[in-house]
Design a protein around this ligand. Structure first.
Ligand code: THU
Length: 161
């Protein structure tokens, strides 16, 4: 039996201000997009901003439904919209901004498992990894260099070919 440790680098910025300009702006767009979330059931609002290789930014926010599973997370709204508007254009980075109507959220929220799988699909069909920046309403920003950092042993198209 062998054991292999799988680890990744989590970059922790003290605040949004510490981010490189391009990603500071991307996070601002995610914050702004969060304000249009439709989240009457969870009272948890999420905004996502997808930065593409052609420098376009595509936004999304969570869209809930009275039939709960019919709703969709901000990250998937954003990345599917990016795929629909700019097919084949690689994704450079995604910023995720989360807030709660119940408490002041001062820590980052990471994409859920379904969103990680959805983003993995885009990462695997482009040459470069997708950076992910995560933040609450205030406080630190977490950053990873690749989606696979958040979803090791990713299931992908290599199994289906
Ligand atoms: N949500 C997101 O939009 N993104 C995530 O990564 C985590 C959860 C949404 C789904 C639902 O509308 C609400 O947050 C509470 O789960």
């Amino acid at each position: 039996m062998q054991k292999q440790k799988i680890s990744f680098d989590l970059a922790i910025y003290d605040s949004q201000e510490e981010l490189p300009e391009e990603y500071k702006n991307l996070m601002s767009v995610a914050h702004k997009s969060r304000l249009n979330a439709y989240a009457p059931y969870s009272n948890f609002q999420v905004g996502a901003a997808v930065l593409l290789d052609n420098d376009e930014i595509v936004i999304g926010n969570n869209q809930e439904n009275a039939s709960f599973p019919s709703g969709l997370c901000a990250e998937r709204v954003a990345i599917f919209q990016a795929g629909a508007l700019f097919p084949g254009v690689p994704v450079k980075a995604i910023a995720v901004s989360a807030a709660s109507g119940n408490v002041k959220l001062a820590r980052p929220a990471a994409p859920c498992g379904n969103c990680r799988q959805a983003i993995a699909e885009y990462e695997q069909k482009q040459p470069k990894p997708i950076k992910i920046f995560m933040m609450g309403e205030t406080g630190q920003v977490y950053a990873v260099n690749s989606l696979t950092d958040l979803l090791p042993l990713t299931f992908g198209n290599s199994y289906l070919i």
